[in-house]
Write a protein that binds this ligand. Sequence first.
Ligand code: PHE
Length: 523
Amino acid sequence: MRVAGAGGYSATFVTLQTLGLMPLAVSAAPKLQLAPGAGKGIKVVVLGAGIAGLVSAYEMGKAGFQCTVLEARDRPGGRVWTVRGGDIVDSIGEARQIASFAGGNYFNAGAARIPSIHKTILGYCKDLGIALEVEINSSRSTLLVNDRDFGGKPVEQRQAINDTRGHVSELLAKCVTRGALDQELNGEDRERMLGFLRAYGDLTSGLVYEGSERAGFARQPRAGFDAGELRPPLDLHTLLDARFWNAMLFEEGLDYQATMFQPVGGMDRIPYAFAKKLGRVVQYGSPVKEIRKTANGVRVIYSQRRDDKAIEADYCICALPAPILHSIPNDFAPRIRRAVAATVYADNYKIAWESKRFWETDFNIYGGISWLSSGPVGLVWYPSGGLFSETGVVLSGYGPEGTTEFGSLPAMEAKLNASRAAVGRLHSGYDQHLRNPIYVSWGKIPYNQGSWVRGFSHPDGNEGDYYDGPYREFIEPDDRIYFVGDHCSHINAWMEGAVLSAHRALEMMGERVRAEGRARAAN
Ligand code: PHE
């Protein structure tokens, strides 16, 4: 009552929540607490205008810090990169590509989906007025294929999933009825278990799996006397051989569960919205040349339109990826230099094609991912935006290059051929519709040279867990330099991780600014 007297309704509400007397919304995004005016008179240089750098500058701007963001490219976003018609893709050691997609068609070459549990980035989308739509990450109509099984013919996920479930349920029911589980289940639970299996596997009353409507029809029911015809179930032996499990279970991964989201029109709507708020704070075409420490701050040398320039600041927020930091002369502490050198990045690629939407019109596929368990290209990912329109951009190939079968293909040409062939194996004859391919391989993209952190090179020559090594260094500031980015979070390779790393760094820095202010006032 005293809290209510002093602070009114909202203070009471928050107090009761804190005391555990009122439910706390699990969905609430933790808000960064930087007091307005906290950064007055403090200069900060932010390196890199990816999500972590942009969020840092946006929040610091609101708190009165004087920020400059140095961005090597002519666009914001880093790996949040949407390629549209006319865009140029330059890669190290590859010929220049120019996208020729029709208006409205786009390819999210980096970030392409947002889990609903990533509340902080979704909160920014709401604040910035970015329209979101569902990113359809899985669909029962998508296909699974393994060259050596089912005559190399693709099966629909609804078949593989429901026929597998039916067979497993029948087997388990046999165990129960033959008494093999009498030790584990009492009489009552045995009956309940059989009831569950009948429902779970769509078994007959005799506990046999004879196929299920869930797996789809060979011939759809129609009006009149045509009740349609069920598909015969896929046989268990071949299903076991095909090992579709990873593909079938992909949508169960917490980060991949429905409902996922994407901005309408391309993922780069997010960085561009931040960049618009920041205006001239972001300096494009400004690659960092040196990162130096001064007595009470930092000095960063960068180039801009071929001129070398220097900027001094009280703090530095460094949002550059490790492979890039590695080649920038710096005054980092030895522990950070070692962390930078030891961090190993993955080199994932994506290939996208423009096409008429045959997957929708002829295969009943609206979004989701088809999987190939043999061959160099493992998946085909259908667009979630622009459903029912004439053309769209379909992804064929997303994975590491490294020492994989795909990575060892001789040249871009061979990689594009493999990508096209993967579509052909899933959708026989339809690969002829694919045109205007774009290949983005993050290991070869300037200013990234890697897709995300994969591990760290352990002194013994093995690859270790990044979180046991370099991570521990990056999350502690080096004098007045704070490291941010998804690699400074436990949500590696997601925008949410980049955002949360920025929040954490700003909280630490804000605390320090406050403490130094107090010390100065006391002197
Ligand atoms: N976020 C990436 C995607 O959506 C996948 C990823 C997650 C990669 C975690 C590495 C680590 O495809």
